[in-house]
Design a protein around this ligand. Structure first.
Ligand code: ADP
Length: 408
């Protein structure tokens, strides 16, 4: 690695079971930071650091370097914040991993399935981080767990507005996170489950179904179990969605981060064989904002665009025999117009075809995403940003509420 020319370097000597927390300044112009392990052993969210290798962290990163045995590290560049903390819940998290590993061993022995774990709690308590930690620890001992990402606000696997599942085959990359090679992604369309709770629950069931099918044919996947990351919305329908998820996936363990009432409610409402565990959050967890970047490209495409869910209408106006529920899963054709601009569209993997093919669209996974940047209704042309291969693999698009504007 090239030396970090001209950057200030600060050395930290960490005692065992402590962590160095640092944040990289946010914003386009901000300077990246580099981290290097000099002596001892250390890990970042469950992934071990190699010695004498420089790891780069971009603007806005919030990182903890934890050591079980003690270590010294160098930081190159000027962090927004950097401090060492002795007060971390890592030992509790490790014990949680050990308990799950015990369950996997037992599953192996008794020819049963491994633990299905749901991680819940309000936003910014470190749910995603705990999931990453448990998954990385599990692969490090040879397991093949599945990550189920139900946080439509901040998906670690795909774009926001989707739910997904990913088989984890190796620990998360220190800089990039988990390698996302063949995720199973479904279109939800907005960043809160509340915009269409019926669809959200339906997609949760779809993922659970696919995961269970995989477990039937793949013993390693079955023993590895899954770790489900959920949304921070834990009241009302958000709470009901958690209960639904627990039943759809038949979860065995629920980890509640930093929310005693939620813990008590879930203990009361879930079947008695589900182990509900309350865990503290790490003092290092900080609020974050996320930006995604895309390759830019123009393209002329002929497509069909739908929105999932019709606006609700008064019960008295519903056609006979139709309930309010039916409207939430309905596909509504969208006429391309200027108001499409900046919307994110999911490319559905549903077979192209006429009206008849519309049936499976809600339940079909997504195979890519595009962002509309410009619509010319007269020439019937729209410009899109698309990281997907050209030409588009399919021509059915689903519109999200989410908009994306590239400020570059
Ligand atoms: P949630 O999933 O509950 O919204 P995250 O796991 O995404 O929360 O954590 C929020 C942010 O805090 C992330 O940027 C993560 O990198 C950071 N973070 C988590 N744990 C620590 C820690 N111990 N020290 C410093 N930053 C942390």
């Amino acid at each position: 690695d090239a030396p970090a020319a001209g950057k200030v370097s600060t050395r930290y000597d960490l005692e065992k079971e402590t962590e160095l927390r640092f944040e990289v300044e946010a914003g386009e112009a901000a300077e990246q930071l580099e981290l290097e392990l000099l002596t001892g052993m250390a890990e970042v969210f469950g992934s071990e650091l190699n010695r004498n290798k420089k790891y780069t962290f971009g603007p806005g990163s919030k990182i903890a370097v934890f050591t079980w045995q003690g270590c010294s590290v160098n930081l190159y560049g000027k962090p927004e914040v950097a401090y060492v903390s002795k007060d971390t819940p890592m030992l509790l998290y490790l014990n949680t991993h050990a308990a799950l590993e015990q369950m996997r061993k037992q599953a192996e022995r008794d020819n049963e399935r491994g633990p299905r774990v749901m991680v819940v709690g309000p936003t910014d308590v470190g749910k995603s981080t705990v999931c990453r930690l448990l998954l990385s620890y599990a692969v490090r001992v040879g397991r093949r767990p599945t990550l189920v990402e139900l946080d439509v606000g901040q998906s670690g696997v795909s774009v926001p507005g989707t739910v997904s599942a990913l088989c984890i085959e190796r620990p998360a990359d220190v800089e990039e996170g988990f390698s996302v090679q063949a995720p199973l992604v479904y279109h939800f369309g907005s960043t809160t489950p509340g915009t269409n709770i019926k669809l959200y629950n339906k997609l949760t069931s779809c993922l659970a179904e696919v995961f269970s099918q995989r477990c039937e044919v793949n013993r390693k996947a079955s023993v590895g179990g899954c770790i489900i990351n959920t949304c921070g919305w834990v009241k009302g329908s958000g709470y009901q969605a958690l209960v639904h998820c627990a039943s759809a996936f038949q979860v065995d363990v629920v980890l509640v981060l930093d929310h005693e009432r939620l813990y008590n409610e879930l203990k009361r409402d879930l079947p008695h064989f589900v182990r509900v565990v309350l865990l503290p959050k790490s003092g290092g967890v900080v609020e974050r904002s996320k930006e995604c970047r895309r390759e830019t490209r123009d393209e002329k495409i002929h497509v069909r665009i739908y929105k999932i869910g019709a606006p609700s209408i008064p019960d008295s106006c519903l056609p006979l025999g139709m309930s309010q529920d039916d409207t939430q899963l309905k596909l509504v054709p969208v006429t391309p117009g200027r108001d499409l601009t900046y919307h994110v569209l999911s490319v559905s993997s549903a077979e192209d075809g006429e009206e008849g093919a519309r049936k499976g669209i809600v339940e079909s996974p997504v195979c890519g995403f595009i962002v509309v940047t410009y619509v010319d209704t007269q020439a019937q042309v729209m410009k899109v940003l698309s990281p997907a291969p050209r030409p588009l693999p399919r021509h059915t698009l689903l519109i999200m509420d989410i908009r994306f504007m590239d400020m570059k």
